[in-house]
Design a protein around this ligand. Structure first.
Ligand code: BGC
Length: 352
């Protein structure tokens, strides 16, 4: 069958290659791949900057924002043929560390976790794939066109959980949230902010294209001026940073209300230096009891809350996040960004 594979750390190696058909192990689901979403991590892997192949393999099947339909399920399974499913990305480390032993593999302490499509495990960008039932999430059938948004939403659901847990240190009734970046993560973060009843603001650079209207249609406010001007106006109780751009990260940390919480979700390349007034920043964080927390990946609980969040969202709005659907054979188009792209999706054998 066909799969989208890469030789990690070898730029230009991304290709559709022939791989053996999946052989379900005991308790696995056999799934027809419907689509995968392409994100910044996939682009980094394709550019040769990230990713690890499975031990003993030549190539890594990429794709971690999955969507498929169950072809076969073990007897007595909670899954049935035809169910819409998403595969979880991360697997616990083999030791396991304390966090992984407690099902919190998103919080792995020894870094030996594996990730489908990213780190040492084949991903989901193939015409068919297998997944352990315990690492599969069933989706509302209404999400058939947009289910590949579940994985990024799980990352966002985890970020919101982090904010809420940090907030519980003391009295916490947040009113305003600022999201920096209106890419898929920023838009989905804004969706979950609105679902929480927060006055939601989103900052991005663009003034054209679909983003301003998508934000407005959520009932949130779009801003395209300077981050300092926006934080001064909005005085956010919560900032979720979804760009990884140093200037925004530090401006967010400096620009919260007292008891502000900043959650960082953007992965930035190393080596970008910046001059900061560390004295003022430290003083501000201390005197305001502010908190800054980083957040990556998601565990099963976050996938479930993400599935609930998507099921409660306006599917027509979610569909507008998918800018282009590109068949697997034309994968290169999906990796070439176009100005108005939000989320680009590659369709697999399950639809072609
Ligand atoms: C994925 C996460 C993953 C992270 C680091 C992100 O793109 O969404 O699931 O943990 O990359 O590999």
């Amino acid at each position: 069958m066909r799969a989208l594979t890469v030789i990690p750390h070898e730029q230009g190696s991304l290709a559709v290659t022939d791989v053996p058909d999946p052989q379900p192990g005991d308790g696995d689901l056999l799934v027809d791949g419907v689509a995968i979403g392409v994100c910044g991590t996939d682009k980094e892997i394709a550019a040769g900057d990230y990713g690890w192949k499975p031990p003993g393999a030549d190539r890594l099947v990429i794709g971690h924002e999955s969507l498929g339909r169950v072809r076969a399920a073990p007897d007595g399974s909670d899954f049935a043929p035809g169910d819409l499913v998403v595969g979880v990305v991360r697997r616990p480390d083999p030791v396991p560390c304390g966090a992984c032993a407690h099902g919190q593999f998103d919080m792995c302490r020894n870094g030996r976790y594996t990730e489908r499509g990213i780190k040492e495990l084949a991903g989901y960008a193939s015409d068919a794939w297998c997944v352990e039932q315990d690492f599969a999430v069933k989706l509302d059938p209404r999400l058939a066109d947009v289910g590949m948004l579940l994985e990024p939403t799980s990352v966002v659901a985890k970020a919101w959980e982090q904010v809420e847990k940090v907030g519980q240190r003391a009295w916490f009734e947040p009113r305003t949230a600022l999201v920096t970046g209106a890419g898929p993560i920023g838009l989905l973060t804004a969706l979950l902010a609105v679902q929480r009843g927060l006055e939601t603001h989103v900052l991005d650079r663009v003034t054209q294209g679909p983003k301003p209207q998508l934000i407005q249609d959520l009932g949130a406010t779009y801003h395209a001026d300077s981050v300092d001007a926006v934080t001064a106006r909005v005085k956010p109780d919560i900032v979720i940073e979804a760009t990884g751009v140093g200037e925004l990260v530090f401006a967010a940390m400096a620009g919260t209300s007292p008891y502000g919480i900043v959650c960082l979700t953007g992965v930035s390349p190393a080596g970008r230096t910046l001059e900061v007034d560390a004295g003022t920043l430290n003083r501000d964080i201390v005197l305001e009891n502010d908190a800054v927390v980083g957040s990556v990946n998601a565990n099963l609980g976050h996938y479930q809350s993400a599935a609930d969040a998507l099921a409660g969202a306006d599917v027509e709005w979610l569909k507008r996040l998918i800018s282009r659907r590109v068949p697997l054979a034309r994968f290169a188009e999906a990796f070439a960004s176009q100005p108005d792209d939000v989320k680009v999706v590659i369709t697999l054998g399950g639809v072609e």
